[in-house]
Design a protein around this ligand. Structure first.
Ligand code: GLU
Length: 256
C-alpha cells in the first residue's frame, strides 16, 4: 500500500508490494500475536518463527536492514501463567513473563544465522517526547550499525490504559518513523485490505494496491471491517499505521 504523502524516490515507482520490498533499504516487519503464538500448544510457533528468521537473514545478506516489531508477550505470558488476563494488571503480569519468553524465542531463531536480537521496549511517551524520541532513534541506529536485529514491543508492564498504544500496528508505524525505514510490513492473519471483512462477507474484494489513503479507503476499514483479523489491531489500526508511516514517506504492506 502506498499513500498520498510523497514516497522516497526509490519507492516511487513501486507498482506492487513485491517491488516495494525489493527496493526498500530499511524494513520494519511487524508480527502479530496470531502468527507468533501457537494457541494449541500455548507456546511460540517455533517453526514459523524459524522461517521468518531465515527471511530476515536473507534481507540482511541482500544489504538491507531489518527492525522487528514483535507482539506475543501477553499471549505467551498468559499461556505460561495459565491466566485469563482480562484485568489490566494481569495483562501486565502476563507481559512481564511473556516478554522474556518472546526474546528467548527470537534469540533462538536468529542465532543459527549468526544474528543477535536486541530488545527495545517503548511506551507512547517515548515516541511523543522529543528527547526520548531522539534517544530512541540513536539507539536504533547504534543497534543496526552493530548488525543487531532490534526487536521492538510496547513496554506493556508499565503502559497504563490511557497512555498505551495497545496495538502493535501503530507502534510499528512509529518505529518505522523512528528508524527512518522506507517500508513497513504488517504481517498478520489478513493478507491485505478488503472492501469488507472477508470472514463475514463473501463479496469482500481484495485491494492489491492503494496509492492514496483517501477518505473512502479509510472508511472501508471502519465498522464491521475494523476488527478483521484476530490480533489486537484490526484493519482500522492497520490503516492508521499506514497513515502514520506514509507521513514519514514510508510505504506499507499488509500481508499474511
Ligand atoms: N504488545 C502486545 C504483546 O506483546 C501486543 C499488542 C498487539 O497485539 O498488537 O502481547
Amino acid at each position: 500500500m502506498t499513500s498520498s504523502a510523497p514516497l522516497p524516490e526509490a519507492l516511487e515507482a513501486a507498482a506492487s508490494p513485491a517491488v516495494a520490498l525489493a527496493q526498500a533499504r530499511r524494513v520494519v516487519v511487524k508480527i502479530g500475536s496470531s502468527l507468533l503464538f501457537d494457541a494449541t500448544r500455548r507456546a511460540v510457533a517455533a517453526d514459523w518463527l524459524a522461517s521468518l528468521a531465515a527471511d530476515i537473514a536473507d534481507l540482511r545478506r541482500d544489504g538491507r536492514e531489518a527492525v522487528v516489531v514483535s507482539s506475543g508477550a501477553v499471549a505467551l505470558g498468559r499461556g505460561r501463567l495459565n491466566l485469563p488476563a482480562s484485568r489490566l494488571q494481569d495483562k501486565q503480569a502476563a507481559a512481564a513473563v511473556g516478554q522474556s519468553l518472546l526474546m528467548h524465542a527470537w534469540e533462538e531463531a536468529l542465532a543459527p544465522h549468526g544474528l543477535m536480537a536486541g530488545q527495545v521496549l517503548l511506551t507512547r511517551d517515548d515516541t511523543e517526547r522529543r528527547r526520548r524520541w531522539l534517544n530512541g532513534r540513536a539507539t536504533l541506529e547504534a543497534l543496526l550499525a552493530h548488525g543487531v536485529i532490534p526487536v521492538v514491543n510496547e513496554n506493556d508492564t508499565v503502559a497504563t490504559e490511557e497512555i498505551r498504544y495497545g496495538d502493535n500496528d501503530r507502534l510499528a508505524a512509529r518505529a518505522a518513523q523512528l528508524g527512518r525505514a522506507d517500508l513497513l510490513i504488517l504481517l498478520s492473519d489478513v493478507d491485505g485490505l478488503y472492501t469488507a471483512d472477508p470472514r463475514r462477507d463473501p463479496n469482500a474484494r481484495h485491494l492489491p494496491l492503494i496509492e492514496r489513503l483517501t477518505p473512502d479507503i479509510l472508511a472501508m476499514a471502519s465498522g464491521a471491517n475494523a476488527q478483521a483479523g484476530v490480533g489486537t489491531g484490526g484493519m482500522a489500526t492497520k490503516l492508521a499505521a499506514a497513515q502514520i508511516a506514509a507521513s514519514a514517506g514510508c510505504a506499507t504492506v499488509i500481508a499474511s
